[in-house]
Design a protein around this ligand. Structure first.
Ligand code: MF3
Ligand code: CO
Length: 261
């Protein structure tokens, strides 16, 4: 069952997603060599609570933290750790959720730590661009798989592969609602998109092969071939003509400025 949101609900979803966007902007100030992913988690949790929200991920199906921190070959759902200190040349996907007024926000961004291999920087640029390719298709009247088709064709044309085991999703009173939003698909297939649907689109793109490995910590998903992966996510409302992006990378981008890849 897909819950269509009223305009009022979309404004509440915007509030939650803007808290996530600002949290990621705050984290952008702290991502650097030497910091542990646990410290990033604490910064995020405090920032979310200071904004009158609750971290969506904390205790979600037993998840122990407020953000997911996935480094290098980790694709998503990496668990913050006091022992995981960022090194020069790492990349780190930070996925964040915030819950306020009964609605969730959900967004993710992959950051560079210091000097990163140019081919990996290009993977980040291309994955971020693929998210916007998907968003361009997320308009009333298109079909759900048009989104994944756009992401897949863009990424595969550059020689990357698309993760199949994890997908985007509806967002609302629950962090994960219907429909599932795959990052692959066939043009013109799937449910018709209707104004008022709110979805998270989150391409997970591998430099090497598409296969994944589920670590035995119960959460971390990494590439099977241990090559790097990138992950970017926005929550948006389907509208006529153009999607309304409820999250945003503007806070991150203004912190990173010229240092953004
Ligand atoms: N935000 C993730 C997603 O995009 C889910 C995080 S899983 C959690 O779907 F358990 F950490 F919350
Ligand atoms: Co999500």
């Amino acid at each position: 069952m897909i819950y269509l949101k009223t305009d009022e609900e979309i404004e509440l979803l915007r509030i939650s997603n803007q808290i996530v966007a600002k949290t990621l902007g705050e984290l952008a100030k702290h991502v650097r060599e030497g910091i542990s992913t646990f410290e990033l988690d604490k910064i995020a949790e405090e920032f979310i609570r200071d904004n009158g929200a609750i971290p969506s991920f904390l205790n979600y199906e037993g998840y122990p933290n407020s953000i997911c921190t996935s480094v290098n070959e980790q694709i998503v759902h990496g668990i913050p750790s006091k022992k995981a200190n960022l090194k020069n040349g790492d990349i780190i996907s930070i996925d964040c959720g915030a819950y306020k007024n009964g609605y969730h926000g959900d967004s993710a961004y992959t950051f560079c730590v210091g000097e990163v291999d140019p081919k990996i920087v290009q993977l980040l640029r291309d994955t971020k661009a693929s998210l916007y390719k998907g968003i361009e298709m997320a308009v009333e009247g298109n079909r759900l798989e048009d989104i994944g088709y756009a992401i897949q064709t863009y990424c595969e044309s550059k020689g990357y592969s698309v993760v199949r085991e994890l997908v985007g999703h509806g967002v609302g009173r629950n962090m994960h609602e219907e429909p599932e939003v795959p990052n692959y698909g066939r043009r013109g297939r799937g449910k018709k998109l209707v104004s008022g649907m709110v979805i998270a689109i989150e391409p997970m793109i591998n430099m090497g092969r598409k296969e994944v490995y589920f670590e035995d910590d119960g959460w971390t998903v990494r590439t099977y071939d241990r090559k790097p992966a990138a992950h970017f996510e926005h929550t948006l409302a389907i509208r006529k003509g153009k999607a309304d992006i409820l999250s945003g990378f503007n806070f991150i981008e203004s912190v990173l400025g010229e240092k953004e890849f």
